[in-house]
Structure formats: C-alpha cells, structure tokens
Design a protein. Structure first.
Length: 279
C-alpha cells in the first residue's frame, strides 16, 4: 500500500466514473488570510482537474485582484458585469455574469478592482453576511462544484464566502510563517459555524509550495500535528510550471498534463471525489 510524505498508508484514489446527472453543487471556500499560499492556483487547478473528470465547475473570483479571472484568460476590465454586480444589483441574473472559459466544464464568475469597494458597502446592507449565498443559490443546480477563491483577509467578503460554503479548504504553504495565521482563520471559521452557518465543515488542509528540505518537512509535520487526518494525502510541490501555466491562462492539468504538479492536483481532486466531498 502506498504511503504519503507523512508516512500515512492510503489506498490510491481511482479515476472517477462519469456522472449521470449534474448538481446541486458542493460549495467550497478556498480560504486563508495569508497571501501567497496558493489559494488562486489551487482553485484554478483543482477545478481544472475536476472539469476533466466530467464535473461541471464554477470558480467565483472573490478577490479584488481578480487573479483567478486573469488566470483563466478573461479580461476582467473588459467585462461589463462581475461578482460585484451580483452582490449589489439583484436585478441582474447571476447566469448573465458567469463567463465560459476555453475549457470544457469550467466557468468563472469574474472579479476586478470594483470588488474592493464591496467591503465598505456591505457594512450597511441588510443580511450582509448572506448576500453571496443568495447569489450562488440561483446557480447551484447547474454545477457539481463551486469554488470560491477568497481574498487574503478575514473581512466581510471572506465571512460571506464562509456563510455561502458547505466547507473550507485551507491551502498552507510549507513555510513557518504560513502556519502563524491558521489559528486566527480557525477562530473565524468557528465563529461563522456558531453564529451563521452551523453546517460549515473544514474539508481539509492542502500543503502547497513543498520542496524536499528539512524546513518544509518540519512544517509539514507541524501541520499534521495540528490538523491530523484533515491534511490531504497529496502535497503540492513548488514548481516553475505553475507560473508558466498562469501566463498561458490555463490549469496546469491542461497546460502540462504529465507534469508532477498536474498529477498532484489530479490526486487532490480524486481524493475530494473519493471522500464524497464532490460528487
């Protein structure tokens, strides 16, 4: 039986069969208030891998930097309506905001710098924590998974994402400083669970930017001590191919399907399906 980098034995996750029907989607928030840990990269590549397995995927770009939008080849500044429109203009159908990408089964709700104003505007809104949930409710039946790519903060936008989500995936870079903010994130998740969304789960911790070094291995061990079996078996390696795929505006599973990192993201997507998180 194979073992992962932590020495845990596990059955390799088989390639999933096709779905006979689609929806309703499982909504996953890709969340960590620390920047640069691989949230956007993981959102694009997990969705890319799942889409190749026949799952209909929607990425909700919930970061004013719009990195997921650009990373899938959409010019956010040329798009008339974005997720910001969906939040504050209920007369606009969310279906009209969703953009189809060049990749089968993979759509995105784009974002741009307009979203940076949302944090201030949400303060005065009625039911401010649940506005995104209302938007996604209208789209849920057309997809198998909706991944919300959160901004690196714990403000109202992130609370909206946690309220709308069924569960959270926490990407954590294999470096010491990345560990420091996770406890704060867990406190925020617990507050949302106790006050707004009691069904919210932590689906897993995804270790990213790993390389074979004593430092990375020690951090990996610390992450496991904190989260135990919540840590995904597959660890995402640090790779120059990931920025190359970003420049090419494609998931690495499509841009370089035989690359080690593409295989790791496919393994994560198969684990999500095998664990019943995604259909």
């Amino acid at each position: 039986m194979p073992t992962d980098l932590l020495g845990r034995e596990y059955e390799t996750f088989p390639a999933p069969g096709p779905l006979l029907r689609h929806g309703p989607a499982r909504i996953i928030a890709m969340c960590n208030q620390k920047g640069g840990v691989g949230k956007t990269t993981s959102s694009i590549n997990i969705a890319g891998a799942l889409s190749q397995y026949g799952r209909r995927c929607l990425i909700v770009d919930f970061d004013p930097q719009g990195a997921a939008t650009v990373g899938l080849g959409i010019n956010a500044n040329a798009v008339e309506n974005t997720v910001y429109t969906a939040l504050f203009n209920p007369s606009v159908d969310p279906h009209d905001i969703v953009q189809h990408t060049d990749f089968e089964n993979l759509d995105i709700m784009p974002a741009n710098i307009d979203l940076s104003a949302a944090e201030v505007q949400l303060v005065t809104e009625v039911g401010r924590e649940q506005i995104l949930a209302g938007v996604l409710r209208k789209l849920r039946n057309e997809y198998d998974v909706i991944i919300i790519d959160c901004q690196p903060s714990l403000g109202l936008l992130t609370v909206n994402a946690l309220t709308a989500a069924d569960g959270v995936i926490i990407p954590v870079a294999a470096e010491f400083f990345a560990l420091r903010g996770v406890a704060l994130l867990m406190q925020s998740i617990e507050k949302v669970q106790s006050r707004i969304n009691p069904d919210l789960q932590v689906y897993g911790v995804l270790v990213t930017m790993f390389m074979r070094s004593l430092h990375c291995e020690e951090v990996l061990q610390r992450i496991y001590e904190a989260f135990q079996d919540k840590v995904f078996h597959s660890v995402i390696s640090r790779s120059i191919k990931l920025p190359d795929a970003t420049v090419a505006a494609a998931p690495i599973t499509i841009y370089a399907p035989n690359h080690k990192t593409a295989k790791e993201y496919r393994e994560v997507s198969r684990e999500l399906i095998a664990r019943g998180i995604v259909a």
